[in-house]
Design a protein around this ligand. Structure first.
Ligand SMILES: [Zn+2]
Length: 428
């Protein structure tokens, strides 16, 4: 625990921040203090820590975990199931060292368990995606895509686009059965996504998800994409559908992006809404926008931009979490990421810069529903950061008032005592 003082974390990128109960859980990711080595005591110290953000106190605190945390610390895939957080694969932080272990953090005991070791049985990679899905009463983890080292075992139904540097981009997919702990390699049908990394995937309903953007290859070169796919799991097959071109509203198809973050907002009475914030466009440019995709399950897919300042949207490699606060509103919590590139060197190269400004590190946006549990109103946005401070300040004012009141009471007590003393004396 952090003790009495207010705990603050400094910077973070290429992480996830899932929500369980009333808290956000933040493990690993890139950070300035992280040693660029395979393993070291300092790296272990950082990876044996989980930071949580409590929605009741609006404060971060730091917790030590038990057991051995995984080494895939950046661009890992992450999803929740009940009180567990699952972490799969990820980049080690140096060279071409990628991982493929599956680990679970039990948030009740804050302890790690390795469900599958880092081994050669399948591709080692990072920057893919993972969701928990359910089909006919069985719960699965579904893993897709990413970039990593060329695997020893390739599956015919998937592609592995190889680069000269020895790395490969893939659309490989896996299912992990949560009840029996077995991995299976599913077959695919429909319009499967190409090898992609740096995309986002979100769960739409029990057995359906949506994938947006990312990096793909074009003639052996990396390029960003604006692909959007809906996929669903049935038996041992993942069915894919590209919805590119079927969008309406504002007459715009979304631009290419990667390193963006997205979240699903589930109202009670409407089809889920997908929110997308930030990311990179071509040539290391920031995508400073927030998009809302409505009706994503109805086939009448629509997209609109919602106005948020660049302090919120001007970032990539950040996390975005949607948290239902009441039937009337949902909070979007944006944590960390990188800001504008700095161009340095004789032949100017883009240098990654982390968001370290405390006013921008954790940002909370309140979205209000048009009616309770219905569609979100894209025009009613409140940046809660200032409001949160107000709430905390109010608490402080109350405390101060109590102190003053107490001081007054003390005065009266003294006064009463004095009068009583006087009375006593006058009776004498
Ligand atoms: Zn390593």
């Amino acid at each position: 625990m952090s003790g009495q003082s207010i705990y603050k974390f400094k910077d973070r990128a290429e992480h996830s921040a899932p929500v369980i109960g009333g808290s956000l859980y933040l493990w690993a990711g890139d950070q300035l203090d992280l040693p660029r080595v395979h393993d070291s005591p300092q790296k272990r110290k950082l990876t044996s820590t989980v930071e949580t953000f409590s929605f009741s106190s609006a404060r971060w605190s730091s917790h030590l975990t038990r057991g051995i945390p995984p080494l895939g610390i950046m661009g890992y895939s992450c999803t929740t199931f009940h009180s567990n957080i699952y972490y799969y694969a990820g980049w080690c932080g140096h060279g071409h060292c990628y991982h493929n272990s599956l680990n679970v953090l039990n948030t009740l005991t804050m302890s790690w368990t390795q469900l599958h070791p880092n081994d050669e049985s399948r591709m080692k990679k990072g920057y893919g995606g993972m969701l928990s899905l359910e089909f006919e009463g069985t719960d699965y983890l579904f893993m897709v895509g990413g970039i990593g080292t060329t695997p020893a075992v390739k599956h015919l139904q998937f592609q592995y686009d190889q680069f000269r540097d020895g790395r490969a981009l893939t659309n490989e997919q896996l299912l992990y059965n949560l009840s029996n702990g077995q991995f299976t390699v599913p077959s695919v049908s429909g319009q499967c996504c190409p090898p992609t990394s740096g995309f986002t995937i979100n769960k739409i309903n029990q057995n359906k998800g949506i994938m947006l953007g990312g990096t793909v290859t074009n003639d052996g070169l990396y390029t960003v994409t604006n692909n959007i796919y809906i996929f669903n799991v049935t038996h041992n097959t993942i069915h894919w559908e590209s919805i590119k071109g079927s969008i309406s509203g504002e007459g715009l198809w979304t631009k290419e992006r990667d390193g963006h973050a997205s979240a699903i907002i589930n109202g009670d009475s409407t089809s889920p809404t997908l929110v997308v914030i930030g990311g990179q466009y071509k040539y290391n440019q920031l995508m400073t926008e927030c998009l809302l995709f409505d009706n994503i399950t109805t086939g009448q897919f629509s997209c609109k931009k919602i106005p948020l300042p660049e302090s919120v949207t001007g970032r990539y490699f950040h996390s975005l979490t949607a948290v239902t606060m009441s039937p009337h509103c949902v909070w979007l919590v944006i944590v960390g990421g990188c800001k504008e590139f700095e161009w340095k060197g004789r032949v100017e190269k883009p240098i990654v810069t982390y968001i370290t400004d405390t006013n921008r590190l954790t940002m909370i946006i309140e979205l209000v529903y048009i009616e309770a549990g219905s569609k979100v109103d894209g025009n009613k946005l409140v940046i809660m950061n200032e409001k949160l401070e107000e709430v905390l300040q109010e608490k402080q004012i109350i405390t101060e008032d109590n102190e003053k009141l107490k001081a007054k009471v003390d005065d009266y007590e003294v006064y009463i005592t004095e009068i009583e003393e006087e009375k006593k004396q006058s009776y004498m």
